[in-house]
Design a protein around this ligand. Structure first.
Ligand code: HEC
Ligand code: HEC
Ligand code: HEC
Ligand code: HEC
Ligand code: HEC
Ligand code: HEC
Ligand code: HEC
Ligand code: HEC
Length: 245
């Protein structure tokens, strides 16, 4: 069926040779060049798409629907107009992330990783290889600085892998979603108001807070976390106790 369409296309192109030769040349140039897909919200989420890495795949797998006005090879965003992290089929997010669709980037990559774990199991994992800048940004340890260096906390994303990003990064700012908590939680000192940094990390009931989740884990799985998540550990490594003495 695919070949039939391609043949039809080529026959059609032969009849309008002059104009079409330019179009074809232009198209060949376009698909040799990396295409930046920019995030409006956070530069760490920008993705570079290479047609060249997707050579064996039929054009129509991704360019799955012709538009009456502009032809087939147009930007996905011309039809996928809904913005934000919506599951709606019209959203741009779904076009790139729908898990069960063969047209979607993430859908195909997940399927490949499942079918060929030896080849793709490590490269197609989490948000890789698409959001590699973001993935790099969360590889290493981060120091969350307190007023006194004794209270600085080392935070590792790698210790929190199974947790949804939005549990902690629960709000979007003008600068994007994955910004420092201090971008909004600005007030200093041991305050329990919502805008305080201290509260963002130490609140005992909110699902966004470090301390609340650790307390809950210690209660739910005392054999596993009872010793590790006690007092001000593992965040302050005993420093709080020291400064108090
Ligand atoms: C793996 C998915 C995929 C495959 C396969 C694919 N493309 Fe694309 N193509 C894209 C994406 C994504 C864009 C960028 C769309 C955007 O800007 O929203 C694009 C853009 C283009 C553009 C530029 C459109 C514009 O913005 O003006 C052309 C032309 C194009 N593709 C042609 C082709 C042709 C011809 C083939 C087959 C040889 C092909 N593509 C195969 C995903 C794919
Ligand atoms: C001419 C309009 C149009 C263009 C261009 C277009 N789409 Fe779509 N797309 C649709 C429509 C309409 C649907 C919903 C109906 C359907 O599933 O076919 C859809 C559905 C999808 C779905 C399924 C979503 C879900 O939640 O099941 C994915 C994935 C998808 N498109 C990806 C893409 C990608 C990637 C591109 C660009 C390479 C693209 N689309 C370009 C119109 C378009
Ligand atoms: C139908 C399957 C399929 C779809 C759809 C698909 N990919 Fe891929 N992608 C692959 C395969 C297979 C590879 C590995 C190619 C290789 O090993 O050389 C790959 C490789 C990549 C890579 C790593 C190589 C590079 O170019 O940096 C990136 C990034 C990538 N894809 C992004 C995307 C994006 C973005 C989309 C959607 C616009 C997409 N892919 C859609 C199958 C797919
Ligand atoms: C196979 C490729 C691929 C994978 C894997 C992938 N994404 Fe994306 N994602 C894209 C593309 C393409 C875009 C569109 C470019 C952009 O907006 O940054 C995008 C955009 C986004 C956006 C929207 C940014 C905005 O400006 O609205 C968010 C949020 C996002 N991705 C989160 C994730 C998270 C979290 C993961 C890992 C669980 C993930 N993505 C995995 C391809 C991918
Ligand atoms: C357990 C809570 C938690 C989870 C889950 C989490 N993060 Fe973070 N993230 C943080 C904290 C805390 C920081 C450092 C903020 C600061 O410096 O105040 C951070 C920083 C970042 C930064 C760097 C921001 C900057 O401007 O330097 C990025 C990017 C990021 N996270 C992305 C992600 C992504 C993507 C996920 C999901 C795959 C995720 N995070 C999951 C808590 C979390
Ligand atoms: C874009 C601004 C913004 C960012 C960034 C942000 N927050 Fe918040 N946060 C708020 C606002 C506004 C509230 C109060 C309304 C609400 O609960 O949603 C809040 C509430 C909270 C609460 C509940 C406080 C209470 O007393 O109920 C916690 C805990 C929290 N944030 C933790 C975090 C953590 C941890 C981070 C960083 C990973 C973070 N926040 C990043 C704006 C933000
Ligand atoms: C939703 C639950 C949850 C939230 C929220 C959470 N954690 Fe954790 N944290 C865990 C779990 C579970 C572990 C144990 C992982 C393991 O078994 O190694 C852990 C481990 C740790 C460790 C010890 C391992 C290491 O990397 O040194 C530190 C320190 C830590 N978390 C700090 C924080 C900080 C700081 C925050 C807030 C910015 C935070 N956590 C938010 C669940 C959470
Ligand atoms: C789950 C992790 C976690 C636990 C457990 C924890 N904290 Fe913290 N704490 C943090 C983080 C992250 C910071 C750095 C935030 C900042 O001050 O910018 C911090 C900072 C502080 C600060 C400095 C505030 C400032 O303004 O500089 C004090 C005081 C503090 N913690 C006291 C405690 C005490 C006392 C305990 C034990 C009862 C405790 N913390 C347990 C994560 C934790």
């Amino acid at each position: 069926m695919k070949y039939f369409y391609l043949l039809l296309m080529m026959v059609a192109l032969l009849f309008t040779a002059e104009v079409r030769a330019d179009v074809i040349r232009e198209m060949a140039e376009t698909i040799k060049t990396p295409i930046p897909l920019k995030s409006g919200k956070n530069h760490l989420l920008n993705v570079t798409f290479n047609h060249t890495s997707h050579r064996g795949i039929s054009c129509f797998t991704c360019h799955h629907m012709p538009s009456e006005k502009d032809g087939r090879y147009i930007s996905c965003s011309q039809c996928h107009t809904n913005v934000g992290r919506s599951k709606d089929a019209n959203s741009l997010f779904a076009a790139f992330h729908a898990k069960d669709s063969k047209h979607s980037c993430y859908g195909c990559h997940l399927k490949k990783a499942g079918e060929m774990p030896a080849v793709y199991g490590t490269t197609f994992v989490n948000c890789r290889p698409c959001h590699s800048r973001m993935t790099n940004a969360i590889q290493g340890p981060m120091t969350i600085k307190a007023l006194s260096p004794l209270l600085d906390v080392t935070f590792n994303h790698s210790s929190h892998k199974g947790i949804n990003c939005f549990t902690c990064h629960h709000k979007i700012s003008d600068k994007g979603r994955y910004v420092s908590c201090e971008e909004c939680h600005v007030s200093m000192g041991r305050s329990s108001e919502k805008a305080s940094t201290f509260n963002a990390f130490h609140n005992k009931t909110s699902s966004h807070a470090c301390y609340a989740c650790h307390l809950k884990k210690a209660q739910e799985q005392p054999e596993r976390f009872g010793q590790r998540f006690v007092n001000c550990r593992p965040c302050h490594q005993g420093n709080v106790a020291k400064t108090k003495n």
